[in-house]
Ligand binder design. Structure first.
Ligand code: GCU
Length: 624
């Protein structure tokens, strides 16, 4: 039975919505597409933004608007955006987006609706939008990130699903769009499961929702969806030979032999290449007087890519990063990374970072700290972070959220990890600021995990041979005052990240003074170390939670680290206090992890001033 339902459209004209087939017969849903397209450089294209007010409805577990009781996604649930006919019920589906409240997208739901602060489950989002499809074009819905699983309908057609809370995805909506008024419905499920990435029991706030930009990207039928333009990475680096750009441009839908042009006018580059049978045009071209990107000179070039009707101009820096023995070389020179860890927690307002103001505040903190580096833990952050780091000359450690408890024995979990790695590298491979890809954080030293992460590290190298691969290791536990880092995963890494909390979780701060470390002959970054202190709590240097105690822990850490010749970076945990569901000491934590050098409202603790001076004086650690 088909029922016509009338609803008052937001802009006060009547819109006849063809209700779905009422009950049992699911609408012939639009075949779900594999997410094979992931547009690179969307922030450098002209897009139709869908940011703004979206209606939302909470669909509490077991989320009957989305799932059948067997857990399958329904084809006749809320995604159809039907409306109760209040006057002449009955109505099979008791929901209505048109009269539902709204919230701002991008934005997590936790910080926008107090009733959803701790909610983990399904929330539905819906908005209308006007659109005029153009012949000879394709249109994709581009979602910067949605945590954790997403299910997308447009005009009652099921379009795509995506899993992963921190990487972008594109779903083609060309066939579903119509001239004039359209609507999109997205269900986001933030529920965590043991076989997800991250798994359960995380030490950060599980903000849910469409927490990054949402837009429509219209491109010609043959379009540039992926590209890699970098300084050729030779077996050794020499400044004189640092004059060749290489890489590829992929043109989706292009027959072999399609011309692609790569122009970097300021570097005297204007080259044309032809696509192969897979739509990929490889190129290599000499540039003239390239100014290499570095923290001191964060030079970015306008790189114009064009093919047929499509073109886009990206801002790309060219530099060389590599490991040489125990040194990290940037453009052939040893570099020492002075940085901090940072969650994607918005300063002052909390919630997920997703706008220019948030990013400006964070980079203000890093600049005040005299930092040249930041570890974006434990997942890819908003792309604005890499863009600002490119412009400001801050180097980045970027990682996927393989954090502590992961099901390493399950092939489907490995597949998820590869997909997230792909999405992270594809989005940011052209960002000079990203110098390290990390495959994990604090994972148990056992053969199943080591094989999983070794394979993943090799997959990262296959995707991008120009950057060192790292991971943050935990353990070993001290044998007396000996710390021997013999985790076999180090064999798969170019740079070793070492987390340790001597003086907070283990032992006394002064134990660090006599601690000696043994590492494999590779560069080591102390990727997490520190202690908690609540801003404004003062006391003796051994009084836990006092700012003076946090400083004391770090001062002893510096004594220890200065004795390890191959340390090439300091990454204290953490730049700013951040929300965490497992930090529940009233009056001290109140739901925040307090290891920040800064409070969540931007107040600098004494430890911040310690690092500010240490980094200015470069008094801890050596570049070689
Ligand atoms: C771990 C972990 C962090 C966590 C931190 C802490 O090392 O990597 O994600 O927040 O320690 O316990 O504060």
């Amino acid at each position: 039975m088909i029922r016509l339902a009338f609803s008052v459209h937001k802009s006060s004209f009547y819109r006849i919505a063809i209700a779905s087939l009422a009950c049992s017969i699911p609408l012939a849903s639009h075949a779900q597409q594999p997410l094979k397209t992931l547009l690179v450089g969307v922030d450098h294209r002209t897009v139709t933004s869908l940011n703004g007010d979206w209606h939302y409805l909470v669909d509490q577990p077991p989320a009957r608007g989305l799932y059948t009781l067997e857990g399958k996604v329904r084809d006749n649930g809320y995604g159809l955006n039907t409306h109760p006919n209040i006057s002449s019920g009955p109505h099979n589906e008791e929901y209505d987006f048109a009269t539902a409240p709204t919230m701002k997208i991008p934005g997590d739901w936790n910080t926008q609706d107090p009733t959803l602060f701790r909610y983990e489950g399904v929330v539905w989002f819906q908005r209308d939008f006007d659109f005029q499809p153009k012949p000879g074009t394709r249109t994709f819905l581009h979602i910067g990130a949605a945590n954790y699983k997403s299910f997308v309908w447009v005009n009652q057609k099921r379009i795509c699903d995506h899993e992963g809370g921190f990487t972008p995805f594109d779903c083609e909506v060309t066939a579903a769009l119509k001239p004039g008024s359209n609507f999109v419905v997205i269900a986001v499920d933030s529920t965590r499961h043991i076989d997800d990435i991250p798994g359960i029991g995380i030490d950060w706030f599980n903000y849910g929702g469409l927490h990054r930009d949402v837009s429509l990207v219209t491109v010609p039928t043959q379009f540039i969806d992926d590209y890699d333009v970098h300084l050729r990475h030779d077996t050794t680096f020499s400044p004189a030979a640092a004059d060749t750009l290489t890489g590829y441009v992929h043109v989706e839908g292009a027959p072999a032999g399609t011309a692609v042009t790569v122009r970097v006018s300021e570097a005297g580059v204007d080259t044309t290449a032809k696509t192969d049978a897979n739509g990929r045009a490889a190129f290599e071209v000499k540039a003239s007087h390239l100014s290499l990107w570095s923290p001191e000179t964060p030079k970015l070039y306008k790189v114009q890519l064009s093919s047929g009707q499509d073109s886009l101009t990206d801002d790309i820096g060219f530099r060389d990063i590599r490991v040489d023995g125990t040194r990290i070389l940037l453009n052939g020179k040893s570099v020492f990374l002075q940085g901090a860890n940072m969650h994607a927690e918005a300063p002052y307002r909390t919630g997920r970072v997703n706008n220019d103001e948030d990013v400006k505040n964070i980079f203000g903190f890093l600049k005040d700290l005299n930092a040249n580096f930041v570890r974006l833990c434990h997942y890819p952050h908003d792309e604005r972070m890499e863009r600002m780091a490119d412009r400001e000359g801050v180097m980045i450690w970027s990682e996927i959220p393989i954090w502590q408890r992961i099901s390493y024995d399950k092939p489907e979990v490995y597949a998820k990890a590869v997909n997230m790695l792909n999405e992270m590298i594809r989005r940011d491979r052209n960002k000079a600021s990203v110098i390290l890809w990390s495959v994990s954080n604090e994972t148990p030293n056992n053969p199943t995990r080591t094989k999983f992460l070794t394979d993943l590290a090799n997959e990262a190298r296959r995707l991008d041979a120009t950057r060192p691969i790292t991971s943050a290791l935990i353990g070993p536990h001290p044998k007396g005052n000996q710390m021997v880092q013999d985790d076999p995963l180090t064999n798969a890494l170019d740079v070793i990240g070492q987390n340790e909390y001597i003086g907070w979780y283990e032992g006394r701060p002064e134990d660090a003074d006599t601690m000696t470390w043994t590492f494999p002959q590779k560069p080591v970054l102390f990727s997490e170390f520190g202690a908690e202190a609540k801003f404004g709590v003062h006391g003796g240097k051994n009084e836990r939670w006092a700012e003076e105690q946090q400083v004391n822990v770090y001062e002893h850490q510096f004594v220890m680290i200065n004795k390890i010749p191959q340390v090439r970076g300091l990454i204290p945990w953490v730049l700013m206090d951040f929300r965490s569901p497992v930090r529940n000491i009233p009056k001290l934590q109140d739901g925040f992890n307090r290891k920040g050098l800064i409070s969540e409202d931007g107040k600098q603790k004494q430890a911040f001033l310690l690092f500010q001076k240490t980094y200015k004086d470069r008094s801890v650690g050596k570049a070689e």
